[in-house]
Design a protein around this ligand. Structure first.
Ligand code: NG1
Ligand code: ZN
Length: 545
């Protein structure tokens, strides 16, 4: 059969290093870029099969997000802009690990299991981040697509959420928007301008935001977008990639984990700042006060701001809808308490990884989901969107209800519902602050975070740790959870959990407590328990103080 001959021929140009085993993890494949050429080719093949199976356009994004420049990665995007299903993640791992001589058999296995009609046409959209390795790696993806006779469109440099957006536009025949980068800017910026039209007394100070682009793709895209904002938002861009290294001492992950500002950014006290990650699907906000103290507003604070705004609009519109916030175990305990007890919104906790949050958020009329690290978005049910529209067009509606309905409609349009999106989230947050006339300090004081600490422990095989209850409890190895429970009891308002990372070869430890010192001590003690009970390697974890 001709297509398979082409696969054999092409795959010889993208050989797999014998014995190398990689897994499709929380965010696809991710490791040192030198190990990924064959993975990219094979993901091109798999995306083509997925396209034939779903009779829709599939996306392949080449990026390693917040990882260092030397790494790279790849993930597939399903027809509605969502992550691929677990079964196909399994196929991805199978295909990636087939030795060179077994590749055709592995491919045919997927075709057979999924009963794929090979004469069905296939379409694949490909995007890449700014890593130097992304150039040849995305070409390897395109080779994979053409080897199976699929059509491809190379979007070149785009943010991860932009590629997700393109896929959704394409597969909804333009109903979601126009499948071009220009179309994306137009849709989001028009909605932003409509939203902020209502913020009549917005000063120039309020319109100013400093952005840390993590020396990545987000910086390029913010520059491209600026003219569409018609000066309604003044952005000062730092870490734009012209001199600094991608994600190095900057970006959302650095700021969140280190709890300090990025290097390369001029920060005036009290001013609103934000950081994107390397592929612009995460955002965190922060400021330093007049005493030089740093204040972080992470994904939990973002979720609180957005859900409060939406809940108020629903009340003003007189709409009775179910609104929920979806978080993970990493959400700060104070945010969960505030949302449940004060805001009275439904809160759900899922396993780490956006696909879990996304899935849970779909259950509600409005599902606001955010990971503490700043990855998140809002999902609106079809019924909710239709109600907003009916109300906005209803001539019998009073002015207050109509205004709220229009704001809800424009909120829907500024949001990228396919996946967390730093640019879209930034526009929504900026619009909310402008409409509410709220400063970043006021936003920060909605609730006070519990001090917390995240650490990593190296173990010989992180899979010895198995978890349950949305990863909040370890069921193996024996004695680990009991040890964590015992340590948590020593501290006031404390909580801690451990789980194996899906993107790095480490076990993550999270602890929060009444004081920073307690959170640091607890995190260290739990790290020691992991080290001792789960096969730690290298030196014992050292105390933080
Ligand atoms: P892992 O490495 O599985 O903890 C990290 C983040 C996730 C998610 C993925 C994908 C934390 C604690 N974990 O996963 O939330 O964003 O990366 O990028 O932030
Ligand atoms: Zn990212």
């Amino acid at each position: 059969m001709a297509p398979f001959q082409e696969v054999s021929k092409q795959s010889a140009l993208h050989p797999k290093p014998a014995g190398l085993v990689l897994h499709y993890g929380t965010a696809g494949f991710r490791t040192n870029a030198k190990l990924l050429d064959h993975i990219m080719f094979r993901m091109g093949l798999l995306a083509t099969l997925r396209s034939k199976k779903t009779k829709a356009t599939i996306g392949v994004m080449v990026t390693a997000s917040h990882n260092p420049e030397e790494d790279n990665g790849v993930k597939l995007v399903d027809p509605m802009g969502e992550m691929v299903t677990p079964t196909w993640e399994g196929y991805a791992t199978q295909l990636a690990n087939a030795e060179q001589e077994d590749l055709l058999a592995a491919l045919k296995d997927v075709i057979e299991k999924e009963a794929i009609n090979m004469s069905q046409e296939a379409n694949v959209f490909v995007g890449k981040d700014t890593r130097s390795s992304s150039v040849s790696l995305s070409e390897a993806v395109l080779d994979g697509v053409s080897a199976l006779g699929g059509q491809s469109k190379d979007y070149g440099l785009v943010t991860t959420p932009q590629l997700h957006y393109m896929i959704c536009c394409q597969n909804t025949q333009g109903k979601y928007g126009e499948a071009t980068v220009e179309g994306y800017y137009k849709k989001l910026c028009q909605a932003f301008i409509q939203l902020t039209k209502n913020a009549s007394n917005c000063t120039d100070d309020q319109k100013h935001l400093s952005v840390d682009g993590a020396n990545g793709i987000g910086a390029i895209k913010v520059r491209e977008m600026e003219s569409h904002l018609k000066k309604e938002l003044h952005l000062s861009l730092f870490n734009d990639g012209s001199t600094g290294k991608l994600n190095h001492q900057c970006g959302a992950d650095f700021v969140k984990v280190q709890q300090k500002p990025p290097t390369g950014m001029k920060i005036n006290s009290g001013e609103r700042c934000c950081s994107f990650d390397g592929d612009a699907d995460r955002i965190v906000y922060y400021y330093t006060d007049s005493e030089g103290q740093f204040h972080l507003l992470d994904g939990d604070k973002v979720a609180t701001l957005i859900s409060t705004f939406l809940k108020e609009l629903l009340t003003q519109a007189g709409l009775d809808m179910e609104i929920a916030v979806v978080q993970t175990a990493y959400a700060n305990g104070s945010s969960t308490n505030y949302l449940e007890d004060t805001m009275k919104v439904i809160v759900r906790c899922t396993k780490t990884g956006v696909k879990h949050l996304h899935h849970a958020a779909k259950e509600f009329d409005i599902g606001v989901y955010f990971e503490a690290n700043g990855h998140g978005t809002v999902l609106f049910s079809k019924a909710a969107e239709e109600k907003f529209q009916q109300l906005a067009e209803d001539s019998n509606t009073n002015d207050e209800r109509k205004r709220a309905a229009l704001l809800l409609q424009n909120t829907v349009n500024v949001v990228n519902q396919t996946v967390g999106d730093a640019i879209s989230d930034m526009l929504l947050i900026e619009a909310i602050l402008a409409i509410k006339g709220m400063t970043i300090q006021q936003w920060n004081s909605i609730y006070k975070d519990l001090p917390n600490r995240q650490l990593k422990v190296k173990v010989s095989d992180r899979r010895v740790i198995d978890t349950t209850d949305a990863e909040r409890r370890a069921v193996s190895p024996t004695g680990l959870q009991e040890a964590v429970d015992g340590l948590v009891k020593k501290y006031s308002r404390a909580r801690s959990f451990v789980r194996p990372s899906g993107t790095e070869d480490v076990v993550r430890v999270y602890a929060e407590a009444e004081t920073q010192e307690s959170a640091d001590d607890l995190a260290h003690e739990v790290s020691l328990a992991v080290y001792r009970l789960a096969g730690g390697v290298g030196g014992e974890p050292k105390p933080l103080h």
